[in-house]
Design a protein around this ligand. Structure first.
Ligand SMILES: Cc1cc2nc3c(=O)[nH]c(=O)nc-3n(C[C@H](O)[C@H](O)[C@H](O)COP(=O)(O)O)c2cc1C
Length: 194
């Protein structure tokens, strides 16, 4: 599978036009689809941390199911749906571990709540009764009045696109998709029914 080549101008222009800039505080919520070692599909929502011409980045817990699935099979898909069902973007690609500098920057950019969550995001914590989860959450915040450093298990992935499919609706004609596919001779653009 080819991958890793920077997006062609027109696909990049589309992503830059459709997705918010990396400096926008509200990050897009995207569906990340993965496949496990047995070929079983999985999906969940993650925040898109950044978008660059050679990849889309998200950040997560290194001990998570998605991280294990990517280690077993790096082929993933990222789906973005726009309010009002006017646009859908599907990026198929190959995930690889993000650069540590990028991982640290993404942690710093997260809200205090999400930074704390990265510390307390364990199955054991999740199994506690609500009162105890609240008490431990508050105690952890009290113990760290100056904020939280980056936990060891915090990591990130870059999805290097191999296919980008942009679906657009229109009130007065048929919806359609523009699709950029990476091949041995570079990227090709095709049009597909909606
Ligand atoms: C709106 C929203 C945003 C989320 N953002 C993230 C995220 O950026 N990173 C993350 O690891 N989990 C995020 N989650 C939680 C994931 O959906 C998921 O439950 C968690 O990462 C565990 O997934 P896994 O067991 O498949 O690895 C988010 C959930 C929602 C509903």
């Amino acid at each position: 599978m080819s991958g890793g080549a920077p997006l062609p101008d027109d696909a990049w222009e589309l992503l830059a036009d459709w997705l918010p800039g990396d400096d926008e505080p509200d990050r897009p919520q995207v569906t990340l689809s993965t496949v496990d070692a047995d070929g079983g599909p999985d999906a969940r929502t993650v925040l898109l941390s950044s978008v660059a011409r050679d990849g889309l980045s998200f950040h997560t817990d290194a001990a998570s199911r998605k991280a294990a699935q990517i280690a077993a099979n790096p082929l993933v898909a990222v789906t973005v749906l726009w309010p009002g069902f006017t646009r859908q973007l599907v990026v198929r690609g190959v995930a690889s571990t993000a650069d540590p500098v990028d991982v640290a920057a993404a942690y710093r950019a997260r809200s205090p709540y999400l930074q704390q969550l990265a510390w307390l995001n364990s199955h054991d914590f999740a199994a506690l009764p609500l009162d105890e989860r609240r008490a431990r959450w508050a105690a952890f915040a009290d113990e760290h009045p100056d904020g939280f450093g980056q936990p060891a298990g915090w990591t990130g992935f870059v999805v290097r696109p191999t296919r980008v499919t942009a679906w657009e609706s229109a009130p007065d004609t048929a919806s359609r998709r523009r699709e950029w596919t990476a091949g041995p001779d570079g990227w090709s653009l095709s049009h597909r029914a909606g």
